[in-house]
Design a protein around this ligand. Structure first.
Ligand code: ATP
Ligand code: MG
Length: 412
């Protein structure tokens, strides 16, 4: 982590004629919600994203429309901003290194580099003593051959169950590209050795991780925020339902995740953040297996889709915590004041040339609509989310199911 971050950037300050400005690499919806949170506290904002219509660029004081590695663009961002964060994990690491040499950057390039690579990420989890799925790295034809022959030494296997000989033990499995995957992209499910070989070819023989297919009972995630001074706070554990590799529903209330597993997940997430000397907001995703064991899946070095409920159900949102960690402001433990369910709103819901029936949805009590300002809807594209809050989990669930039915979403 960059030592320069220890300086506090007070909101509303004017330094050398410049208003206190926070920057973000990437202009997607997460950047947009960061910008909104920063502006609510009085900061000016700058977004670097080549897309002229990026959701965050559209609402920021400054929008630098260059490539992420463009030297002039990065120089402009540094000139404008007192500190810089990122909103997507695939931001090129060299850009963060350049920025980090001159400005506080949180999270730091090192942590982002680990989160960008599934193999490095899993190695970090193992170092932190958190169980991972049995897996093997396939980056070379020799490594593929070793897996096919059953000669490889799988990593993480013993943490979940005893594995003596491997190869076939990783099948059926999921072959995932080590880098650049999201929303289930860059993943192929394989049952046999033949399918595995073909899948690696289909993924153009880029470095991959073969993960054993685990029997999932449920999925959950934890979001923490850690300051440069090492102070850490966390949100409650989120229960997540994915459909076709994309988050569909997040439920957060007492009992949504069994208390013992929730405590384990929080402790594991804190250990993972601590081990990275992380500064910023970090989300860690977990599997809960049929047998009840908790296994870590992956981490996101930024606010996360499963944390969007915090905008309406907690006294501080994940984006406010991102602002605080970046600006060096104090952190206080966030408190969830309402049970909540979040429904992800994908482009599939948009009728040709129109919009979903928000007038009917918003007639339901405790519904909060967040749209990202994207001008065209495509299947699978994240257009927004609907948060539902209420006084009891039962009431929230009933309203969420009504909203889902109105929108044509499958019940859950
Ligand atoms: P994102 O970054 O958008 O969360 P991703 O593309 O990185 O997604 P993963 O989180 O690796 O993808 O996987 C997506 C989903 O696929 C998981 O949430 C889970 O439902 C399922 N899945 C992934 N790995 C396994 C596994 N080893 N066993 C069983 N199911 C899995
Ligand atoms: Mg995931």
């Amino acid at each position: 982590m960059n030592k320069k971050l220890h300086k506090v950037m007070l909101p509303g300050a004017v330094v050398n004629g410049q208003p206190a400005t926070l920057g973000v690499m990437g202009g997607g919806q997460l950047g947009r919600m960061f910008v909104h949170a920063a502006q609510a506290m009085g900061y000016f904002t700058a977004v670097l994203d080549p897309d002229t219509a990026s959701p965050a660029g559209l609402v920021s004081h400054h929008h630098i429309q260059t490539d992420y590695l463009d030297e002039q663009g990065l120089a402009q961002l540094m000139q404008r901003c007192a500190a810089i964060t990122t909103e997507f994990e695939n931001v090129p690491a060299p850009a963060l290194v350049t920025l980090g040499a001159h400005r506080p950057v949180a999270p730091g390039a090192d942590a982002v580099a680990i989160a960008q690579d599934r193999a490095a990420e899993k190695a970090h989890f193992v170092r932190c003593g958190v169980p991972v799925a049995p897996h093997a790295v396939i980056a070379t034809p020799e490594q593929l051959a070793a897996v096919l022959d059953g000669q490889n030494t799988p990593s993480g296997g013993s943490a979940v169950h005893e594995v003596t000989s491997v190869g076939a033990d990783l099948l059926p499995g999921i072959l995932k590209t080590a880098r650049m995957g999201y929303d289930g992209k860059g993943q192929i499910r394989v049952k046999t050795r033949e399918e595995l070989s073909a899948a690696w070819d289909q993924l153009k023989n880029v470095p991959c991780v073969l993960e054993k297919m685990l029997p999932l009972k449920a999925e959950c995630s934890v979001i923490v925020a850690r300051g440069a001074d090492g102070q850490m706070v966390n949100f409650p554990v989120q229960s997540n339902l994915h459909r076709e590799g994309i988050l569909a529903v997040t439920s957060v209330y007492e009992g949504a995740v069994p208390a013992d597993l929730a405590a384990q997940a929080v402790a594991a997430t804190r250990a993972i953040a601590e081990g990275l000397h992380y500064v910023g907001v970090l989300c860690v995703e977990f599997f809960i297996l049929e047998g009840g064991q908790l296994v870590v899946n992956e981490m996101a070095p930024r606010p996360h889709n499963s944390g969007h409920y915090t905008m309406n159900a907690c006294d501080q949102s994940q984006f406010e915590l991102q602002v605080r960690t970046l600006a060096g402001l104090p952190l206080t433990q966030p408190r969830q004041h309402s049970p909540a369910i979040m429904l992800n709103l994908l482009g599939d819901l948009w009728p040709e040339g129109g919009a979903p029936a928000w007038d009917q949805v918003l007639a339901l009590p405790g519904t909060h609509l967040h749209l990202y300002g994207k001008l065209s809807a495509r299947p699978g594209r994240k257009m927004g989310h609907l948060n539902i809050t209420g006084t009891t989990p039962e009431a929230v669930r009933a309203t969420a199911l009504q909203a889902a039915a109105l929108l044509g979403l499958e019940a859950f």
